[in-house]
Write a protein that binds this ligand. Structure first.
Ligand SMILES: *[C@@H]1O[C@H](CO)[C@@H](O)[C@H](O)[C@H]1NC(C)=O
Ligand SMILES: *[C@@H]1O[C@H](CO)[C@@H](O)[C@H](O)[C@H]1NC(C)=O
Ligand SMILES: *[C@@H]1O[C@H](CO)[C@@H](O)[C@H](O)[C@H]1NC(C)=O
Length: 875
C-alpha cells in the first residue's frame, strides 16, 4: 500500500516538477540568529547471522548537538556550525545496570569529538566537512556520519550522491512532510581497498547492505531524522555463516534558542576569520587503519603451545593450522626457522602447511632453509611443501623462485622433480588468473616448462612436462600440446585432458582436425581410449553437424564396447543442458542416422551424468565414464564431481583409473589373440582444480604379484595436508561513520588415500578412494567505537568423510560393475558468540550447537543402482 502511495506521489511530482522545484528549492534551511538543539543517538548491533538481533549485543552513543548557520549565499548554499555536547556511551540501551560513560571524562582522543566542525551545503548536497582535528579518523568519521543526516533532496527521484560510504545511487520519495531516502549498497561504487580477498580462494564472501532514512520536516526545518541500516557479510557457499550489523541513527529537534547571526561576508572571508586550522574534507569516510592483529604470539609462545599440545598427545587439527598460519604471518624468518627446528616431529607437517599458507617471504625462506632440498631423506616433507604451494591462494613470484630453486636441485629425484614441475604449472595458472601473468618470473617459468618439454626424449620426462603444461593452462601452449597428441596412448590422454580444461575458443579448427584424424584413424591406428577422447572433444566443444554425424555413423562399425560408450555418451549429452544438445538433436532428426544410433546396445561401457545434491545455495553434480575392453575388463574410468554456487562452478574432484593388460589375467575366451599389453594399473586425480601427481598401483606382472602377495600394505596416501580455503578481511563503514571490521577464515584438512584390490579367485577388482576432510570456517566482525567495542563470531566445524568405491566383477559376462559414493555420518558443530568490551570489562555470551547427519549412499544412475544390487548381493 505504502509503495503505491509513493508511486502516485512520484508520478504527481514528475508531472508538476517545474513548480515543485521552485516551491521547495531550498529544501533544508537553518535560519540566521537561531541555535537549534538536537538530540542525537546512534546504536549498533553486531550479530552472527543465525542469531536473533534482539538477543545480540547493543551499544548506543548519545549526544546533544547544537547547530547554527554561519553564512549563506542564496537560498541554495549555506555554511553550518555544529557542536557535539555531552557525548555518552551506553553499553546496552535496555540494560539499566550499566552506567553511561561520559566520553569527555575519558582521556585519549575524546576531546576531538567536542571540537566544533563546519558543514558546507549547496543545493542539499554536502560539499565539505571542515574539522580541526587532523589525525583522528574516528572522531572525523563520526562527524561525517552526523553531517550526512543533513543531506536531503525534496524532489522524488534517483540520483548519484556522495555520502559517508562512498558514491551511491540513492532514491528519494517525498510524501507530505516526510522525505524518505533509500540506498542499496550494491548501487555504490566499489572501493577495492575495503575488501581483501585473493583471486584463487576456494570459498567466497559477499557483502550487501541497505539503508533507509526518514526525514520529518517542519517546512524547511528538520524536526527529526531516523536512519536505519542493515549490512551483512556472508559466506557464499554456506550462508548461515556470516555476520550482520544493524545500526540506527536518530536526530531529534529538542528546542530552538536565539543564537549568533550569519556573517555578511564572502565564504572564504568567513572561513579565514574563524580559528585557523579548519581542513575541508569530503563527506566520504576515511577507513581507519586496520587495528593490529590481536593474537601476536612470539616464537617462544608458539613452541610452548606446541609442547603442551604434544604432552597431551593431541594431534594437529585444522584449528591449530589456522592459528599457526595467522601467527607465522607476523614472525621473522629466524624465529620461524627456530620453531621448525625445535618443534616435535609430529608437528612439522602442520607447520609446513601453516608456513606455506602464511606465504610471507619470511615463512617461505624459513621453510626452504629448514628442508634440505638436496637431501633425499627429506623429500616426503618437500613434497608436502610443494602441494601446499599448489593450493596456496596467494601465488607470488617468490613462490615461483622457490619452486624453480627446488627444480634445479632435485633432478636426481624424479618423483619430487615431477611434482615440482606440476606445482610450477599450477602456480603459473593461479598467477595468470589473478592477472599477474606479465611478470618476468612468470614468463621465465613458462619458458622453463616449454623448453624442458622440447628437450625431453624419454616418455617419462615428457609426461611430467605435459602435466605441468596441463596445470598451467596457457592458451598459447595449445600448439605445443598438439605436437604430442598422437605420440603414444599415455601422452595422448594427458594432452586430451589438458585440452578439455580450456575455454571453447581455444579448441580451434586445428585442434579439431587432429581429433578427427585420431578418431577416424585416417593416418594410423589408435587405441580405443584415445579415439574416444578425440570423439568427446569433437562432441563437447561447439560440435559441428558433420562431426556428430560422422561419430554416429561410426557407431555401427565399431566393436561393441566402443559403440556402447559412444551411444551412452550421446544419450547423456542429450539429457544435459550442454549447448551440444541441440546440434545432436538436429542430426538425430534424420531417420537414417537415428537408426544407426539405436544399433549398439551390447557392451558394458557407459557414460552418464546427473545431479547428486541440490539446495538453494549449491548444486552438486557428477559425471562418470567407464570403458571396458572387448573381453570385459575395465580399461578406464573417469569420475568427476562439481559444485555450483552463485554462478561459480567448482571442479571438486576428478579421479581417473586406467588399466592395461588385465585381459590376460581375467581373460575369457575372447582374450586369446588380443594384442599383448604391459600389465599396469594407475590413477590420476585432480583435487580442487589442482593436478595430483599420478599414482601407479603396479606395473608389470612381477610387481603385481609381489604386491598381491604382500597384502596388508594398506591404502596408498594420495594427498594429505591443510589448505587455507578462505582468508578475507573487509572493513565496512556504517552510516554513523563507525567502522566494522569483518574477518573470515577457513581451513580444510584433507586426507585422500586410494586402494586397489584384486581377487583372482572371485575375479573381482575393487578400487576405493577415501576422502577424509575437516573444515573449519569462522566469521567475525567487530565494531570499535572509542573505548568500547562489540564483536560477533560464528565458527562452524564439520568432518565430512566420503568413500568412492568401484567394484567390478569379471566372473560373469556381461561384466557387472558398481559405483558407490558413501558418505559417512557427519558431525556438524556451530558456535556463535557476541562480546562487549566496555571499561575493561568483558561481557561474553555464547552458545554451541551440534547436529549429526546420518551417513548415506549417494544415488546415481538407475542402471548403476540395479547392477550394484546384483553385484553386492551376490558377494
Ligand atoms: C541487553 O539488554 C537486554 C534487556 O535487558 C537483555 O535481554 C540482553 O541480553 C542484553 N544484551 C547484552 C549483550 O547484554
Ligand atoms: C571544499 O572542497 C570541495 C571539493 O572537495 C569544494 O567543492 C568546496 O567548495 C570546498 N568548500 C569550500 C568552502 O572551500
Ligand atoms: C643437506 O643434505 C646433504 C646430503 O644429505 C648433506 O651433504 C648436507 O650437509 C646437508 N646440508 C645441510 C645444511 O644440512
Amino acid at each position: 500500500m505504502k509503495s503505491i502511495y509513493f508511486t502516485l506521489c512520484f508520478l504527481f511530482l514528475i508531472g508538476i516538477r517545474d513548480t515543485v522545484v521552485v516551491a521547495f528549492s531550498t529544501g533544508l534551511r537553518f535560519d540566521s540568529g537561531v541555535l537549534y538543539e538536537y538530540e542525537y543517538s546512534t546504536s549498533v548491533v553486531v550479530a552472527p547471522i543465525s542469531v536473533d538481533f534482539k538477543e545480540a549485543t547493543v551499544f548506543t552513543m548519545l549526544a546533544v548537538i547544537h547547530i547554527h548557520s554561519l553564512w549563506r549565499d542564496s537560498e541554495q548554499e549555506q555554511l553550518l556550525h555544529l557542536q557535539i555536547r555531552d557525548i555518552k556511551l551506553i553499553p546496552n540501551s535496555s540494560d539499566s545496570t550499566s552506567k553511561p560513560l561520559v566520553l569527555r571524562d575519558m582521556a585519549n582522543g575524546a576531546e576531538h569529538f567536542m571540537e566544533p566542525f563546519l558543514v558546507h551545503i549547496n543545493s542539499g548536497k554536502i560539499k565539505g566537512v571542515f574539522d580541526v582535528s587532523p589525525d583522528n579518523t574516528v572522531s572525523l568519521n563520526f562527524k561525517k556520519g552526523l553531517a550526512s543526516l543533513l543531506q536531503i533532496q525534496v524532489q522524488s527521484g534517483t540520483i548519484l550522491e556522495d555520502d559517508i560510504t562512498g558514491q551511491c545511487r540513492v532514491s528519494y520519495h517525498t510524501a507530505g512532510n516526510e522525505i524518505i531516502k533509500v540506498k542499496h549498497h550494491e548501487n555504490c561504487e566499489k572501493r577495492m581497498a575495503d575488501g581483501m580477498m585473493f583471486a584463487n580462494q576456494f570459498l567466497r564472501v559477499s557483502s550487501g547492505g541497505r539503508s533507509e532514512t526518514v526525514f520529518t520536516m517542519d517546512g524547511n526545518h528538520i524536526k527529526s531524522v531516523i536512519s536505519e541500516e542493515l549490512q551483512s557479510l556472508v559466506l557464499n557457499e554456506h550462508p548461515t555463516v556470516g555476520i550482520h550489523i544493524s545500526s540506527r541513527q536518530v536526530l531529534q529537534l529538542l528546542s530552538t534558542h536565539s543564537g549568533p547571526s550569519e556573517a555578511q561576508k564572502a565564504l572564504q572571508d568567513v572561513l579565514s576569520s574563524l580559528r585557523a586550522g579548519y581542513v575541508n574534507h569530503t563527506v566520504q569516510a576515511i577507513p581507519a587503519a586496520r587495528p593490529p592483529a590481536t593474537n601476536r604470539y612470539s616464537g617462544r609462545k608458539i613452541l610452548d603451545h606446541l609442547k603442551a599440545k604434544g604432552m597431551h598427545a593431541q594431534s594437529p587439527t585444522v584449528n591449530m593450522f589456522l592459528q599457526l598460519s595467522k601467527s607465522l604471518q607476523n614472525l621473522e624468518m629466524a624465529e620461524i626457522l627456530n620453531i621448525f627446528k625445535k618443534a616435535h616431529a609430529n608437528f612439522v607437517p602442520v607447520l609446513i602447511d601453516a608456513a606455506a599458507a602464511a606465504s610471507t617471504p619470511a615463512s617461505l625462506e624459513a621453510l626452504v632453509s629448514f628442508l634440505n632440498i638436496t637431501n633425499a631423506k627429506t623429500s616426503p616433507l618437500l613434497e608436502k611443501f610443494l602441494y601446499a604451494c599448489a593450493f596456496s591462494s596467494q601465488p607470488s613470484t617468490h613462490l615461483i623462485n622457490i619452486i624453480t630453486h627446488i627444480l634445479t636441485h632435485t633432478s636426481g629425484q624424479w618423483k619430487t622433480h615431477e611434482l615440482a614441475l606440476i606445482v610450477l604449472g599450477t602456480v603459473i595458472r593461479k598467477m595468470c588468473s589473478a592477472d599477474i601473468c606479465h611478470l618476468q618470473e612468470v614468463d621465465q617459468a613458462k619458458r622453463f616448462i616449454v623448453k624442458g618439454l622440447s628437450a625431453s626424449t624419454e616418455e617419462r620426462e615428457i609426461k611430467s612436462y605435459l602435466l605441468a603444461l596441463k596445470s598451467a593452462r596457457l592458451p598459447e601452449t595449445v600448439p605445443v600440446l598438439l605436437q604430442y597428441i598422437d605420440r603414444s596412448k599415455s601422452l595422448s590422454s594427458i594432452v586430451f585432458s589438458a585440452l578439455q580444461d580450456f575455454p571453447p575458443q581455444y579448441i580451434t579448427k586445428e585442434v579439431k582436425e587432429h581429433a578427427r584424424d585420431i578418431f577416424t584413424q585416417r593416418k594410423k591406428a589408435f587405441p580405443a581410449p584415445v579415439r574416444l577422447d578425440a570423439a568427446q572433444l569433437l562432441l563437447m566443444y561447439d560440435p559441428l553437424d558433420i562431426d556428430v554425424r560422422e561419430i554416429i555413423l561410426k557407431i555401427a562399425e565399431e566393436k561393441p564396447e566402443v559403440s556402447k560408450f559412444l551411444t551412452t555418451k550421446i544419450m547423456s549429452m542429450l539429457q544435459s543442458d550442454s549447448p551440444a544438445r541441440n546440434v545432436i538433436r538436429n542430426v538425430l532428426k534424420d531417420p537414417k542416422i537415428n537408426n544407426y544410433f539405436h544399433l549398439a546396445r551390447l557392451g558394458c561401457s557407459s557414460s552418464y551424468a546427473g545431479l547428486m545434491a541440490e539446495n538453494k545455495n549449491m548444486v552438486a553434480s557428477y559425471d562418470f565414464e567407464f570403458l571396458f575392453s572387448e573381453s570385459g575388463v575395465l580399461k578406464q574410468s573417469n569420475s568427476q564431481f562439481y559444485a555450483q554456487t552463485r554462478g561459480r562452478s567448482l571442479h571438486l574432484l576428478q579421479v581417473s583409473l586406467e588399466t592395461s593388460g588385465l585381459d590376460s589375467l581375467f581373460g575369457t575366451e575372447a582374450t586369446k589373440g588380443a594384442e599383448e599389453e604391459e600389465l599396469m594399473a594407475g590413477m590420476s586425480a585432480m583435487f580442487l582444480g589442482v593436478q595430483i601427481q599420478p599414482v601407479v598401483f603396479f606395473q608389470g606382472y612381477v610387481d603385481l604379484m609381489s604386491k598381491y602377495f604382500s597384502a596388508g600394505e594398506g591404502p596408498m596416501n594420495i594427498i594429505s595436508g591443510n589448505i587455507l580455503v578462505l582468508d578475507h578481511r573487509q572493513s565496512l563503514i556504517l552510516q554513523s561513520g563507525l567502522q566494522a571490521q569483518g574477518v573470515f577464515h577457513g581451513g580444510l584438512s584433507v586426507d585422500v588415500s586410494a586402494d586397489l584390490e584384486f581377487s583372482l579367485f572371485t575375479q573381482e577388482s575393487k578400487s576405493s578412494v577415501n576422502n577424509k576432510f575437516s573444515l573449519v570456517v569462522s566469521a567475525r566482525a567487530e565494531v570499535d567505537a572509542a573505548l568500547m567495542s562489540t564483536t560477533a563470531e560464528t565458527v562452524v566445524k564439520m568432518d565430512p568423510s566420503v568413500r568412492f568405491v568401484t567394484t567390478v566383477s569379471f566372473y560373469n559376462t556381461p561384466v557387472q560393475y558398481c559405483l558407490q559414493l558413501i558418505k559417512e555420518p557427519l558431525l556438524y558443530r556451530e558456535r556463535v558468540s557476541t562480546q562487549v568490551n566496555f571499561q575493561n570489562r568483558r561481557k561474553l555470551q555464547q552458545s554451541k550447537q551440534k547436529w549429526i547427519f546420518s551417513g548415506e549412499e549417494a544415488a546415481f544412475h538407475r542402471d548403476n543402482s540395479k547392477m550394484c544390487r546384483n553385484l553386492l548381493n551376490s558377494i
